[in-house]
Ligand binder design. Structure first.
Ligand code: NAP
Length: 258
C-alpha cells in the first residue's frame, strides 16, 4: 500500500479519550489538529508534548455544535497541516437526566454537541476527502447507545444512538468515494467526564462498581479506545465500514435484548 501523509483532526482532542487518540495517532506518524472548545490549557500542553516528540500539531478552538466554527476548524487544520485523511468525532458532553429530571435546554445543548457536532465536522470535511478519494471517519458513540443500564444516561444514550445510525448512513453515502465511516462505543472509561464532581472516595466506589459490571474485571483507560480508533483510521481498514466496535470490557448489564 502506498504511504499516505496522515493528517488527523480529533474533536475534543485535548482531554480524556480524545487526548489518548491524538497521542496514539501522533505516535503512528500523523500530524494532529487538537480541537477544544472551553479550555485552551490542556490543548496547548498536549501540542507542546507532541512537538517535543517530533509531531506536527496545532491546537484549534471551535465549538463543533456551530456549523461555521466547524468549517473554520477544518479549513485551518488543512491550511496548516495539509489535506485531512482522518476525522475523529470525539467531542461530546453528558447531561445526566431521567424522565423526572428532564431539562429541555440542557438536553438540547447536549444534542447539538453530540449529534450536530458529528454532522457539522463531517460535512465540512467530506468535500476534500471525496476529491482525493480517501478518508477515514471514526465517530465516538457510547455503549449507552446499545442499551447499558446506568441510571441517568437515558437522553445521553439517545444522542449516541443517533450517532450510530448517522455512522451507517454516512458510510453508505461516502463509501464510493473511498471514505469509511465507523463508530467506536466506549464502555466506562476513566476521564473527567466519568469523574464529574465526585470526591476521591465516591470515585473509588464508582470504579469498584463499574469494574464488577465487566467480564474482564476492570474499567477502561482512554488508551483502550485509542487503540480501536487507530485500527479503524488506518489505511488497512479500507474494507471495514458502517461498523460499530464496542470497547467496554464485556459489559454484563445490557437491558432488553441489546
Ligand atoms: P471529557 O474528558 O469530558 O473530554 C471532552 C472533550 O471534548 C474535551 O477535550 C472538551 O474540550 C471537548 N469538547 C466538549 N464540548 C465540545 C464542543 N462543543 N466542541 C469541541 N470540543 C468539545 O470526555 P471523555 O470522557 O474523554 O469523552 C470523549 C467522548 O467519548 C465523548 O463523546 C463521550 O460522550 C464519549 N464517551 C465517553 C465515555 C467515558 O466513560 N468517559 C464512555 C462512552 C462514550 P473543552 O473542555 O475545551 O471544551
Amino acid at each position: 500500500m502506498p504511504q499516505i501523509h496522515q493528517v488527523a483532526i480529533v474533536t475534543g482532542g485535548s482531554r480524556g479519550i480524545g487526548r489518548a487518540i491524538s497521542a496514539h495517532l501522533a505516535a503512528q506518524g500523523a500530524a494532529i489538529c487538537v480541537n477544544y472548545s472551553a479550555q485552551p490549557e490542556p490543548a496547548e500542553a498536549l501540542v507542546t508534548e507532541l512537538h517535543a516528540g517530533g509531531t506536527s500539531a496545532i491546537a484549534v478552538h471551535a465549538d463543533v455544535s456551530d456549523p461555521a466554527q466547524a468549517h473554520a476548524l477544518i479549513d485551518r487544520a488543512e491550511a496548516e497541516l495539509g489535506p485531512l485523511t482522518i476525522l475523529v468525532n470525539n467531542a461530546g458532553i453528558s447531561a445526566p437526566a431521567t424522565l423526572e429530571t428532564y431539562d429541555e435546554a440542557a438536553l438540547e445543548r447536549m444534542r447539538r454537541v453530540n449529534v450536530n457536532g458529528v454532522i457539522n465536522t463531517t460535512r465540512a470535511t467530506m468535500a476534500g476527502m471525496k476529491a482525493r478519494g480517501y478518508g477515514r471517519i471514526v465517530n465516538i458513540a457510547s455503549n449507552a447507545a446499545i442499551g447499558t443500564a446506568l441510571p441517568g444516561t437515558t437522553f445521553y444514550a439517545a444522542t449516541k444512538a443517533e450517532v450510530l445510525i448517522l455512522t451507517k448512513r454516512f458510510a453508505l453515502e461516502l463509501g464510493r468515494s473511498g471514505i469509511t465511516v465507523n463508530a467506536v462505543c466506549p464502555g466506562w472509561i476513566v476521564t473527567d467526564m466519568t469523574r464529574g464532581s465526585t470526591t476521591e472516595g465516591e470515585f473509588s466506589a464508582r470504579v469498584a462498581g463499574m469494574r464488577e459490571r465487566t467480564m474482564v474485571g476492570r474499567v477502561g483507560a482512554p488508551e483502550d479506545i485509542a487503540a480501536a480508533v487507530a485500527f479503524l483510521a488506518s489505511p488497512e481498514a479500507g474494507f471495514t465500514t458502517a461498523q460499530v466496535l464496542t470497547v467496554d470490557g464485556g459489559r454484563k448489564d445490557y437491558i432488553g435484548h441489546g
